[in-house]
Design a protein around this ligand. Structure first.
Ligand SMILES: [Fe+2]
Length: 183
C-alpha cells in the first residue's frame, strides 16, 4: 500500500492513479470507437485516444521532475467505469440507443478525469510545483472540452433517434436497454 504521510506522497499516489487510468483508457477506447455507429462519435473516441497518449506523456514529465519512475498503480475506479462502458459497447439492440449509452459511459470516465486532475493540480499548487500544476491544467482543460463535446453529441444522437424512430413512431413499450436482456 502506498504511504501518504506527506502531501508529496499523496501527490505521487494521485499521479500514479492517473497514469494507470489513462493507460486503461488507451486500451479501452478502440473498442468504444468500434462500437459507435455515429461517425462523429467514432471520431470523438479516436481523437480522444490520441489526446490520451499526449496526456500520458505529460504525466511522464511530472514523474521525471519528481525523480520517480513512471509507473501506475491500479485505478479501481477507472477499471469499473471502463467495464461498464465495455458492457454497453457489446450490447445488442438499437445502434443509436447504444451510442447514447456509450456517451453516458464516456462522460462518467471524463468526470473521473476532471475530478482527479482537478485535485492533483490543487495539490501541485500547494506543493509549489508550478510546472506540474501547469501540465495538469493543460490536461484538465482537454478533459473538460472532451466532456462538452460528448454533451453536444448526446443531443445530436438523441435528435437522430427522434428523426428516425426504429419502430415507425409507435410508442416504445420497453426501456432504452432493449429487449435483449442478459440476466
Ligand atoms: Fe484523459
Amino acid at each position: 500500500m502506498a504511504r501518504v504521510t506527506t502531501m508529496e506522497e499523496l501527490f505521487l499516489d494521485e499521479i500514479r492513479d492517473l497514469y494507470d487510468a489513462e493507460k486503461q483508457l488507451m486500451d479501452a477506447l478502440p473498442e468504444m470507437a468500434d462500437a459507435a455507429s455515429s461517425a462523429d462519435l467514432r471520431s470523438a473516441f479516436e481523437e480522444h485516444l490520441e489526446q490520451t497518449g499526449i496526456q500520458m506523456k505529460r504525466l511522464e514529465r511530472i514523474f521525471a521532475v519528481l525523480g520517480e519512475k513512471a509507473t501506475g498503480k491500479k485505478s479501481h475506479a477507472m477499471n469499473a467505469l471502463i467495464r461498464e462502458g465495455s458492457e454497453i459497447a457489446s450490447a445488442s439492440g438499437d445502434p443509436a440507443v447504444r451510442d447514447a449509452g456509450l456517451i453516458a459511459a464516456a462522460q462518467k470516465v471524463q468526470h473521473y478525469g476532471i475530478s482527479s486532475y482537478g485535485s492533483a493540480r490543487a495539490h501541485a499548487e500547494i506543493l509549489g510545483d508550478d510546472r506540474g500544476a501547469r501540465l495538469l491544467s493543460e490536461t484538465l482543460f482537454e478533459e473538460k472540452e472532451a466532456d462538452e463535446r460528448l454533451t453536444e453529441l448526446a443531443d445530436s444522437v438523441i435528435d437522430e433517434e427522434a428523426a428516425h424512430p426504429p419502430n415507425n413512431g409507435r410508442p416504445k413499450t420497453r426501456g432504452a436497454g432493449g429487449s435483449d436482456r442478459r440476466d
